[in-house]
Write a protein that binds this ligand. Structure first.
Ligand SMILES: Nc1ncnc2c1ncn2[C@@H]1O[C@H](COP(=O)(O)OP(=O)(O)OP(=O)(O)O)[C@@H](O)[C@H]1O
Ligand SMILES: [Mg+2]
Length: 544
């Protein structure tokens, strides 16, 4: 009965509402307001609920009369009578007598006169271990077609970051399996390390390799297993699917959760996705477990936030972003922590730059919030250096405390040597006119670059990384052409995989007490044996 009456009011006696008619309705606001009031009073309200009625829908922002008890960030449910479905939204501007809200779906479903119900709770998410292996949307609902997820507990997506007293300094390493990162930019559990670079320079690949590497790390120490949460913001759905496929192929999906707000979804969902994912990841941190969260990428979240803020008529600031865009990212990244209760949350936010401009607004903001950055250089990428990590501009401020002694010893002079190499690289074209010292720097640099180069989706175990770097630093590669280094390392890796001798000693290489006692004695013996006996017998004319 009520429904029929409302339909007559809204449809003006016709059966369907077209876009033009709905705009018409918006314009005839005064006349409508009388009709809306009638519709409002005719509606069979649930007295326990805070209810309102839509007055206008302009550019995705819904103005609502009523909702007297609405909270900032409250989940609202719109009864779209024209489409017969419930659409969710969020209250953002609490004005005197009205509320402005944003929608999580297309605005064409909502028309003036639609009824809005408050849920009396801020946006929340169901979280728990059951989410592992699943893909969810920005509201924590399953989108992978594998059925609904039964969460363990419901929490608001915005929770205050842990205080100073609950935190501990970083003392446990978080290995990425990427040689250039684990040696030069060591990360620790609880650290926030930014991955920054232009489009298509391998930002996502670094994060993906890190997630894949946790498979072997988790096997080593199941009680300290790392759970990985990947948040995709404003990307194509096909990219998310591709990412999930790679995780599945490498057996990494069972310890991972994907939270996706794709480019086709509403801006408020792209804004919410990182917070939802963080609340999901905090389940592990707060229950004395370990989690890694990748925000791919926060520049798209900032753009969605700017769009929402401008539509809500909040004042624009630098680059038209609202003044609190710094706070948006800082309150999100502050939630990464190493807690004294035993849990940790490590964050790898990603930022996309234009023309390698790290001084842009959002880039500088996130650089200043995080504990260091991995800067990916487009020119290095073009030169074939992959991952294209710029040794000069990248830094990890806190992770070195957790790096094992053997790696620290090897990596110390590496950064300097690489920086020197990049400095003199421009002189290479002078060829034989160069002095012998410059030639030596160039040769050494070329050798180190070929040792650090790494294909994607192929993380390297830390003991193998130590072996490779030691072979370069101790001169075992001096008689090999840099172009043949990948081939040499491949043979070495095949040999180590099958060598009982190496597997017995390799696990100790990470142990600082072992290293203090034996230094690199075993590696020296092993590499001599490999070069003089194993390789010679394989009759490899290319290398010898
Ligand atoms: N280590 C690597 N070795 C070889 N190729 C790589 C490596 N890392 C990345 N690539 C290549 O670079 C391309 C871009 O990688 P990726 O998608 O990780 O970059 P991105 O910076 O995340 O891109 P986008 O800006 O689209 O997000 C991929 O097609 C991949 O094949
Ligand atoms: Mg990417």
């Amino acid at each position: 009965m009520v429904k029929m009456k409302r339909n007559i009011i809204i449809n003006n006696g016709k059966n369907a509402i077209t876009g033009a008619e709905s705009r018409d309705l918006n314009q005839r606001s005064l006349k409508d307001y009388g009709l809306l009031k009638k519709s409002f009073f005719n509606f069979n309200f649930n007295k326990d609920l805070d209810t309102g009625v839509v007055v206008s829908v302009i550019d995705g922002v819904v103005s609502i009369k009523g909702l007297r008890n609405a909270k900032l960030g409250e989940l609202l449910k719109f009864q779209s009578l024209s489409r017969g479905k419930i659409i969710k939204g969020m209250a953002l501007n609490l004005n005197l007598g009205s509320v402005d809200a944003v929608l999580f779906d297309e605005e064409r479903y909502i028309l003036p006169g639609d009824i809005v119900e408050g849920s009396s709770k801020v946006i929340s998410v169901l979280r728990g271990k059951n989410l592992l292996g699943r893909i969810v949307n920005a509201l924590g609902e399953a989108v992978d077609g594998k059925g609904p997820i039964i969460g363990e507990e419901e929490v608001p997506i915005e929770i205050k970051a842990p205080g100073v007293v609950a935190r501990e300094p970083i003392r446990e390493s978080m290995l990425t399996g990427i040689k250039a990162v684990d040696s030069l930019l060591p990360l620790g559990r609880g650290q926030r390390e930014l991955i920054i670079g232009d489009r298509k320079v391998g930002k996502t690949s670094i994060a993906l390799d890190t997630i894949l590497n946790q498979k072997e790390e988790n096997k080593k120490n199941p009680s300290r297993a790392m759970h990985c949460i990947y948040v995709s913001i404003g990307q194509k759905r096909s990219s998310v699917k591709q990412f999930a496929k790679v995780l599945e192929r490498y057996d990494a999906l069972n310890y991972s959760i994907i939270v996706a707000a794709s480019a086709s979804e509403a801006a408020p969902l792209q804004f919410l996705a990182p917070f939802t994912a963080c609340a999901i990841a905090e389940y592990f941190r707060d229950n004395a477990m370990h989690a890694l969260i990748v925000y791919d990428d926060l520049s798209k979240q900032a753009i969605a936030f700017r769009q929402m803020s401008l539509l809500l008529r909040r004042p624009p600031g630098r680059e038209a972003y609202p003044g609190d865009v710094f706070y948006l990212h800082s309150r999100l990244l502050e939630r990464a922590a190493n807690l004294n209760s035993g849990g940790s949350l490590t964050a790898l936010p990603i930022i996309e730059t234009q023309e390698s401009d790290v001084s842009a607004y959002i880039a500088t903001n996130v650089i200043s919030i995080t504990d260091g950055q991995i800067f990916l250089d487009a020119t290095l990428f073009m030169d074939g250096i992959k991952p294209a990590i710029s040794a000069g501009l990248s830094v990890s401020r806190v992770g070195a405390a957790a790096q094992c002694l053997a790696m620290r010893k090897l990596a110390g002079p590496l950064k300097l040597e690489l920086a020197q190499y990049r400095e003199v690289l421009g002189f290479q074209k002078f060829g034989s006119d160069l002095d012998s010292a410059t030639m030596a720097i160039l040769k050494r640099g070329e050798l180190l670059v070929s040792v650090l180069n790494q294909d994607r989706n192929s993380p390297v175990l830390i003991q193998d990384q130590i072996l490779y770097l030691f072979s370069a630093r101790a001169g075992y590669l001096n008689d090999i052409d840099p172009k043949d280094v990948p081939d040499f390392l491949k043979r070495l890796s095949i040999f180590t995989k099958n060598s009982v001798l190496f597997s017995v000693h390799s696990s100790s290489l990470e142990n600082n007490d072992y290293f203090k006692k034996y230094k690199f004695k075993f590696l020296n013996f092993f590499l001599n044996y490999f070069k003089k006996i194993v390789l010679k017998n394989t009759n490899n004319s290319k290398l010898w």
